[in-house]
Design a protein around this ligand. Sequence first.
Ligand code: NAD
Length: 259
Amino acid sequence: MDMGIKGKTALVCGASAGLGRGCADALAAEGVNLVIVARTPPKLEEAAATLRAQHGVTVQTVACDITTAEGRSAALHACPQIDILVSNAGGPPPGDFRSFTVDDWNRALNSNMLTPIELIRAVIDGMISRGFGRIVNITSSAVKAPIDALCLSNGARSGLTGFAAGLARRVASHNVTVNNLLPGGFDTDRTRANVTALAKEANQSVVEAMAHEMRKVPAGRLGTAQEFGAACAFLCSTHAGFITGQNLLIDGGAYPGTF
Ligand code: NAD
């Protein structure tokens, strides 16, 4: 299916690896020109070169920390017209809430709530004036079902979710949609690092720990960045103009509820 977004421009954050990279790939495959952001220049340039070679689109790179004001400014200045925004940054660390200080909470809120809101604030009026905009926030299944050790993520991402729900209704009449993608378990560098740490704690091999994670998922496996990207590209398509204010859980059936 042609997504109808060829020639549009997307800002994709956290795009050198993992879920952000999956989104960048899927959008580029639809002919979307990209501004991609990540912190490590060589890895980012490598991703950009592959995207250009595979899809023939324009790919600008901005190596920065998107959770800083300077980083956001650099990313936004790289392209004055952003039609599609995919917000994404690293998740906060795990731990018991008693161990976290106000500074820890402020860092989590900054990364996983205020950074997407600041990016949205910068791009939304242009989207409204052009009559087309697609905003996709990468959040987490933790928004739907809190994860015990990830209280910082449960809290900060829920704040973004509430904000996005309100905003979506305010801008819907301009063909600007705001949706969130909620990943469950995906096979990314971050997941492999987390599972390696869990294996060490439990005195298990990484293979055993990974098998344990997969047993929790009815699909019997982790998701792929390609599957995640495909969902993102659809939400950004012209066909998805009537889908807004939604939270799409992509978790291989791990969430046990009916809704
Ligand atoms: P990843 O570590 O595999 O990739 C993250 C990408 O974002 C990399 O390109 C990295 O360079 C970039 N990045 C991270 N912090 C950044 C920053 N401050 N500024 C600019 N670039 C930054 O991670 P992932 O697994 O793709 O996860 C992406 C997001 O989704 C995270 O917030 C994570 O907590 C969340 N999430 C992931 C899963 C999963 O199973 N992978 C599940 C739930 C939630």
